[in-house]
Structure formats: C-alpha cells, structure tokens
Write a protein that binds this ligand. Structure first.
Ligand code: TXA
Ligand code: MG
Length: 316
C-alpha cells in the first residue's frame, strides 16, 4: 500500500471520508484514525498497529457539542470537566450510545471521548463527516509517535495517509478520567494533573484507588507500553546513579553524567515530556542498550512522566 504524506487537513479528511485510515498530529501524540461508523476501517487500525482487539479506541470529536453524538448521557461532573478542559489533552470515559460499534469500544458499555486543541487536528476533524476513532499512531508496544517521521518509521505502507504536522507540543498521551462511575476516577495521568482535575471536581479519585481493582479499568493499561528496544533504568535521588558507558544514554533535568554516549538534558518537566518518546526512538536507532532516565519531581506533568517512565522500565 502506498502511504501518502500531506500537509492538507482537507486531503487527509477525504481519505477518512472514503473509509481509509490516516495518521494525524495532535497536541499530545499522533493518532491513527478511522471513521467511527465504518467497521472495516476501524478493523484496519487494529491490523496496522498489531493492536489486541480488546483494547478500545478513543473517539475524537471536533467540538465539545459533538460529545452528544457518542455519549448516551453526560453527568454533571463530566460537563464541568468539559467546560474547563475541552478542547485539550483530556479524554473522558462516558456511557456509549448503542449505535457506536463494539469494535471501537472493544465491547465495553463505555466510550472514551476526546476533543483535541491543536489547530491542525481541529481543521482535520471539522472536515471529517463523523467523529474519528484513533489510538496512538505507533506499532503496538512501541513508544507513541510524537512526530510524523516516527509515524512513518512504524506505519509506512500499512496506512493510507499521514497528515504531516509539527512535533507534538505535549509529547505524552491525554489524561483519561472515567466519568461513567461516581465519583469519577483518574485512569491515566497526563498533561492535566490530578490537582487541576480536583480543582474542578474535588471528589475525583486518584491512581491509588485504581490499584485496588484487580482488573484494570482501562484495558490498555495491562499491556506493555512506551518501551523502546533498549532497557530503561530509572535514576535520580530515589533510584541511584547512572552508570555511563558507550552503549548507554541518559535523559533528565540535572547536568548529564560523564561517559554516556547520548544525553538529553531538559530545562523542565514540560520539555522532558515533549522530548521523551522521540529520544527513545533515537536511542534505538543508535543501538543504545541501556537508557538511564532521571525521575522528575511528581508535580504537574511530572506525575505523568513518572508513570510513563515506570511503565517503560517495567516493559523489559
Ligand atoms: O492523547 C491521546 O489520548 C492519544 C491521541 C491520539 O488522542 N490517543 C491515545 O490512544 O493515546 P491509545 O489508544 O494509545 O490509548 C487509549 C487508552 C487505552 O489504554 C485504552 O484502553 C483506553 O484509552 N480506553 C479507551 N476507551 C476506553 C474506555 N471506554 N474505558 C476505559 N479505557 C478506555
Ligand atoms: Mg497507544
């Protein structure tokens, strides 16, 4: 299959409207989309990524108003979160309308809905006739793609089109909140922190409450994620030092250690998040064996970063 690369949101949307699958930029990470009303196209997303069929997709809508097209009802707490954070890097899990295909939701009675903020994403979604189901645009198990070249590396020849944009500003996937239960609970940390969510919904449950459940509430959380081929070792105050060496790399906020072959020093947690997944991929290209990742403090996006770094370290 030929994968067309375009800068035109309208041309990319035409592919979606013809039942094809398209990678597109968002402020979090790149997505791989299909028309939610087209089961064949949705099925092809799973094939292209090698994604397990029991892992549901997030539905992307152009405007907050369109949430009503996919959700059966919108509880008061969800409304408040939408008013504050849509459009933006937040996904809400809501009871689904019966017409939403079980392929999209992996048979769950709920649907994850997100209204992205990035202008190119919005221009693209506005041209699509229906909401767009999209997971991150990477091969299953690999780090999410935060630039179009990473999408190309994983999916060239397997998808119909890549809508080319800039490197994703945030660089980590959206915050996910389950609003189908009362009180709502955080399912995945992201750029919108627990404190920011609780400023709007004070009773919102944090990740500690999730761990009490034997079954992960978000099916995707049980799969290994975010992992490059290199081994990830955590370092920093609570974790010990980075041992440099010619096949090692380091990323963090402190001055880089001596001896690591590739290093990436970031000014703050925001820059760390922005660069992390691309750095993982660069390290794989350089045949790095071990990547030392300095744990950032758990404030703001630092919480989400710590979550992704822990998962990446567990992945191997
Ligand atoms: O920032 C993002 O969220 C990006 C961009 C493209 O929007 N998307 C993304 O999708 O990260 P994905 O498929 O890589 O991760 C979605 C996560 C999975 O862990 C999935 O299990 C969970 O969301 N999810 C989707 N629908 C759900 C539902 N109804 N209930 C619980 N979890 C759900
Ligand atoms: Mg993903």
């Amino acid at each position: 299959m030929q994968t067309l690369i375009t800068d035109s949101p309208r041309e990319a949307a035409d592919f979606i409207n013809r039942g094809q699958i398209v990678a597109f930029p968002t402020e979090t990470v790149y997505g791989l989309g299909a028309d939610i009303t087209n089961d064949d196209a949705v099925q092809r997303i799973f094939l292209a990524k090698g994604r397990p069929g029991d892992n549901p997709l997030i539905v992307h809508v152009y405007s907050p108003k369109e949430v009503e097209k996919v959700a059966a009802s919108i509880p008061e707490t969800a409304r408040k979160l939408m008013d504050r954070f849509f459009p933006g890097p937040l996904t809400l899990v809501l009871c689904k309308q019966s017409r939403i295909s079980p392929l999209v939701t992996a048979g769950l009675p709920t649907v994850g809905v997100r209204c992205p903020r990035h202008p190119v994403t919005r221009a693209f979604l506005r041209e699509c006739r229906h909401p767009v189901a999209a997971p991150s645009a990477n091969l299953s198990g690999k780090p999410s793609s935060t630039d179009w070249k990473s999408v190309h590396e994983d999916l060239n020849g397997k998808i119909n089109c890549i809508l080319r944009g800039e490197q994703s500003a945030i660089g980590l996937e959206s915050t996910i909140v389950d609003c189908a239960t009362e009180p709502p609970r955080l399912l995945r940390a992201g750029a919108i922190s627990l404190d920011e969510l609780r400023a709007i919904v004070p009773g919102l449950l944090g990740p500690a409450a999730i761990e009490e459940h034997a079954q992960p509430k978000s099916p995707g959380l049980k799969y290994p994620h975010y992992a490059p081929s290199a081994e990830i070792r955590l370092c920093g105050e609570e974790y010990g030092v980075c041992e440099g060496g010619k096949e090692t790399a380091w990323i963090g906020l402190s001055p880089p250690p001596e001896g690591a072959a590739v290093t990436c020093r970031c000014d703050d947690a925001g820059e760390y998040a922005h660069r992390l997944f691309r750095f993982f991929r660069e390290c794989d290209r350089e045949h790095i064996r071990t990547i030392f990742c300095e744990m950032p403090p758990p404030e703001g996006i630092g919480q989400a970063l710590r979550d992704r770094l822990r998962r990446a370290a567990e992945g191997k």
